[in-house]
Ligand binder design. Sequence first.
Ligand code: IFG
Length: 507
Amino acid sequence: MPPPLHHVVPMPANVSMQSTRWFTLPAEAQILVEPSTPQVVEVAEHLAAVLRPSTGYALPIAAPAAGVPRGSVRVRLDPSGPAAGGDEAYTLDITDTSVLLVARHPSGLFRGIQTLRQLFPASIEARTRERGPWRLRLARIEDAPRFAWRGAMLDVSRHFFDVDDVKRYIDLLAKYKLNVLHLHLSDDQGWRIEIASWPRLTEYGSTSSVNDERGGFYTQAQYREIVAYAASRYITIVPEIDMPGHTNAALASYPELNCDGVAPPLYTGIKVGFSTLCVDKEITYTFVDDVVRELAALTPGPWIHLGGDEVEKLTDEQYARFVERVQDIVAKHGKQMVGWEEITKARLAPTTLVQQWRGGGEKATAAAAAVAAEAVRQGTRLIMSPASRVYLDMKYDATTALGLNWAGFVEVRDAYDWDPVTLYPGIAERDVLGVEAPLWSETLVTIRDVEQMAFPRIAGVAEIGWSPAEWRRFDEFRQRLALHGPRWERLGVHYYRSPQVPWPREE
Ligand code: IFG
């Protein structure tokens, strides 16, 4: 793989031509949409929203008239377009006279837009007028993702993050071609999504948070707003209601959900494992059915995550029966279940996804490898989230103020230098649906805290999810990553200047 002339992250699968010659975007440039259907226009609008403020160009979006004016940027949806690589595949041709982006599906066009924006200088990301020239090296890129699930998880339970915070995170994830945002909507410390049939979950269960620092909840209208914002960026929202453990907020809201009929107080600490729904009461399954029904109606994506982690109050038998019952409830409402790795104790449907999270250190922990093998044996597929690699709430090193370190320190290299298929023995490419970087918020209060822990590490996880495995090398990656620092400066991203990355001096 020749060293790239560009610094695109994730690295495209195939850069078949690069040149030291340039295409220069002219002030009179147009963005041509072919065809000018709403979906293609919307993708063009996303591109225009990046280019217009910094260039100051009008960049009208138009259907092509006769001929292609010099300097045009063409966004073409072509059902006979790039075949291999699924919906998100695209090709990008930058010549002396024009730029041509082609994909079979609008999501491919949107992913291609992210590559195109990264080929412009960092100043393109500014929201105020910057000097040009606005040049692109000539290139032909044929690109498609390796994994179908390239995700981030945001824990909005330990501390609540409002709609604008979540939209900000979605915008940053979209820049790196991530396509799943898993929202951890409930836990011991707070219930964050309005459920009309169980109103006290938010009337009361949303008022707490870790240290009582930041409670709150999404109304169903606000949740729909988040889903729509993500969908416009071809990001699927995967809601998680954690159960049977991590349920103190629900148990505190409804005494009848507790085996002894007594509601515990709200919880503002950071212990785990002490709570469980009462798996022997039928009302528990009415509760789960109501919650899943309402959540499914709000969630266009195929998946609902029902957690399943860190249950210390049930026997394996009780736990397995519970998981099997709620798995049926999810299916009844037309969705597929996702669960943390412990759900492999139960009999799983082949469509169920197992999120592997424990271990991942230098030597594959036997327990984690066994869970992964069991998921494969049951015919399910894995989402790889090994804590010692991609838990972004892990401190970078001993000097990191935010975060935890129970899974060890995770620097940029730790988060990048591993592969989801080869981490554990006995796993094949087809067993892995993808990779996801969870960000737990016990110690995070603001979106700036989120950015500090997510960037730069999540850019590396995005590359693991998107780019071919064979030539990924940290020493090459960190050179490209370094050039994203100035882009994050212009976007106001509060990123961590890891000593492992050769950040450029200020431009
Ligand atoms: N484990 C818990 C999370 C969170 C995390 C913090 C999972 C699946 C430790 N469960 O990770 O709720 O507390 O790093």
